[in-house]
Design a protein around this ligand. Structure first.
Ligand code: SAH
Length: 358
């Protein structure tokens, strides 16, 4: 039997072409695109002729993921999801509630191959890339989950995976989630986090999208960075910061700098001073977080006093900074932890990439 087509990967134009092969008029593409993005399944599209619904069910896939499990934090309004892909792989996403509404943090790959030493996502390597439709489906299912309590207004590509390694799919996802006939989330409300792949940062600056770029810096020098992030050996901080400056210049957007404070390694006052020196004159904002401890990792979070002193040093140097609240720690807040727990508890190993792209 021919493989089913995953319609969430389609732009309205691609969908129109596909519907033409089913002898359907062009206006159906727009309708179906809008409904799918709002979480309406084929069988719920009761305004469509029954024959078309049946055709769609037979030849296409509406939602390529299902919610395997969801965990509601008791401490805040965070919900963590484990999604099941059609090939059986598990990915996670987190929905956080801020003053300004819901933000969904999605995964872009199954696992990750970047090897950051403090991160749970990379422990088992990378199984495969997610398609744009699988990324979108995480947002759609989370929206369905909150139902009438609100709607996701911000999306961050900050779950498992390195989005710039899955560049084409990530960019297609950003355009789909921004599409006026779909969820219509503005580019300003979309952000992408990277460990610092320099050529792709330049490519992204040329896309003309104006999304927010987040850089996982975590260290003020190559010497320290290389101890925790293998990518530092490929792209030294000097090259990375040059690319970041080019991004800011081209897009006019302020860049976010992610920095997890680790006991002794990167959290001393001299590290804060070096960071301030590195960021001086750059249009940026620093998001500090105390490292979320991962069982398998040797690194420990910096103490609260150290964290506060770090904040103070940056503020004294006029660097804009916030200390991020840890959200959903009781539900395995750190990237990739929940999926690892799940795979372990259920005595499963991750499913290795199969040859068929869903
Ligand atoms: N690969 C991308 C996006 C995924 S990681 C990137 O590196 O940016 C999302 C963010 O969580 C990154 O800033 C990452 O460095 C951070 N992170 C991962 N594990 C963490 C931990 N245990 N504690 C604090 N932050 C962590």
């Amino acid at each position: 039997m021919a493989e089913k087509r995953m319609l969430l990967n389609d732009t309205p134009e691609a969908l129109r072409e596909y519907l033409q092969t089913l002898s359907q008029p062009a206006y159906r593409a727009r309708q179906i695109f809008g409904w799918l993005h709002r979480g309406v399944s084929f069988s719920e599209m009761t305004n469509l002729p029954k024959t078309l619904r049946e055709q769609l069910i037979k030849t296409a896939v509406d939602f390529p993921l299902t919610i395997e499990e969801s965990y509601q934090s008791k401490r805040d309004d965070t919900v963590k999801f484990l999604f099941r892909c059609m090939d059986g792989n598990i990915v996670e996403g987190v929905m956080m509630c801020y003053r300004y509404g819901y933000t969904m943090c999605i995964s872009t790959q199954i696992g990750c191959r970047m090897g950051c030493k403090f991160c749970a996502s990379t422990l088992g390597g990378c199984m495969r890339d997610l398609t744009e439709g699988e990324m979108l489906c995480q947002v759609i299912l989370a929206n369905r989950h909150v139902a009438d309590r609100g709607k996701i207004g911000h999306v961050v590509l900050m779950g498992s995976g390195e989005p710039l390694e899955n560049y084409d799919e990530a960019v297609r996802f950003l355009r789909l989630v921004n599409h006026p006939d779909g969820l219509n989330i503005s580019m300003r409300s979309l952000s992408l986090s990277t460990c610092g792949l320099v050529p792709q940062i330049d490519r992204l600056a040329d896309e003309g999208m104006g999304i927010t770029l987040s850089i996982s810096l975590h260290a003020p020098s190559d010497e320290i960075r290389a101890q925790i992030m293998p990518v530092a050996k490929r792209y030294p901080i000097g090259e990375l910061m040059d690319a970041v400056r080019r991004y800011v210049k081209k897009t006019g957007r302020r860049v976010l700098i992610e920095y997890a404070l680790i006991d002794r390694l990167n959290s001393k006052p001299e590290h804060a001073a070096a960071l301030a020196g590195l960021l001086g004159g750059l249009q940026c904002h620093v998001n500090l977080i105390a490292l979320n401890p991962v069982k398998e990792s040797e690194f420990k979070p910096a103490s609260q006093a150290t964290v506060l002193a770090f904040v103070k040093t940056l503020e004294q140097r006029n660097i804009s900074v916030t200390l991020r609240r840890e959200m959903g720690r009781d539900i395995s807040g750190a990237c990739g932890q929940l999926r690892n727990h799940y795979l372990k508890e259920n005595n499963k190993t991750a499913i290795i990439e199969n040859t068929i792209k869903p």
